[in-house]
Write a protein that binds this ligand. Sequence first.
Ligand code: C2E
Ligand code: MG
Ligand code: MG
Length: 261
Amino acid sequence: MRLEGELRRALARREFELVWQPQVSLRTGRICGAEALLRWRHAARGIVSPAEFLQLAEETGLIAPITEWALAAACSQGLAWMRRRPGGVRISVNLSPSLFVSRDVRELVTDALAVSGFDPALLDIEITERVLLDKVEEMAATLQSLREIGVSFSIDDFGTGYSSLAHARCFPVQRLKVDQAFVARVASDKADAAVIGAIVSLAHGLGMDAVAEGVETAEQLAALRRLGCDEVQGYLTGRPVPACEAEERARAAQTGSQSDI
Ligand code: C2E
Ligand code: MG
Ligand code: MG
């Protein structure tokens, strides 16, 4: 109950922040996107990770205003990057499954885009497989209407949920994000490498890209490259950092003409 009260006040006190983690293309070696990850700067506890408060936020319905804030903050940051870098940067925002039950997600996203003036074609929305299991037709219509204005979709933590492989093709999804658990063992366990290989084939067969997350070592990176992954994200290519730090890093990579990996 105490946490719930604190969570309610956190929005008003502007205690939420976004940190950004780069996504790197294995084709070009350059940064091709950035995922926005939520942080709560708590006066006494310091930085609180989403794992510690997202479930409560979902149970109490606070996830809706928190997501509204996160989408707005992400789009306004995206707009700033759009103005500074030709072509802009694709940004990814996570949406909780519970949000799709309680809110009109189409409206939530179009409002954030309209208020910020951010290019919908640079907005990627990360959802989990769970979202695609209920009310399939309604969900497909929601995603399709956003796709029509240019928004893209990624399925997060792919391979761990109740995989709706048959359903995946009914939705306008552009990327499958291979779950970190498989990536962690890709260089040491043949079975995990085989699972990733299958996800990559599935993605490519459906006209999507495969993104590996949680990439920590050069060995994992080499294995993922061999398996045909399109993009990587993880501590190896960059920890999640505040926007200003992300910019500094991107600038440093640009002035040295070498690629980001
Ligand atoms: P996710 O979307 O799958 O994000 C990836 C998580 O892995 C992030 O944890 C990130 O910091 C962490 N990570 C990145 N690279 C590595 C690595 O190389 N090794 C390891 N061990 N971990 C890595 P984080 O930021 O704590 O977020 C946890 C989860 O909370 C996210 O998982 C996402 O599901 C959720 N989340 C984060 N921000 C938001 C948000 O704004 N809205 C919603 N609804 N959920 C969010
Ligand atoms: Mg994510
Ligand atoms: Mg994930």
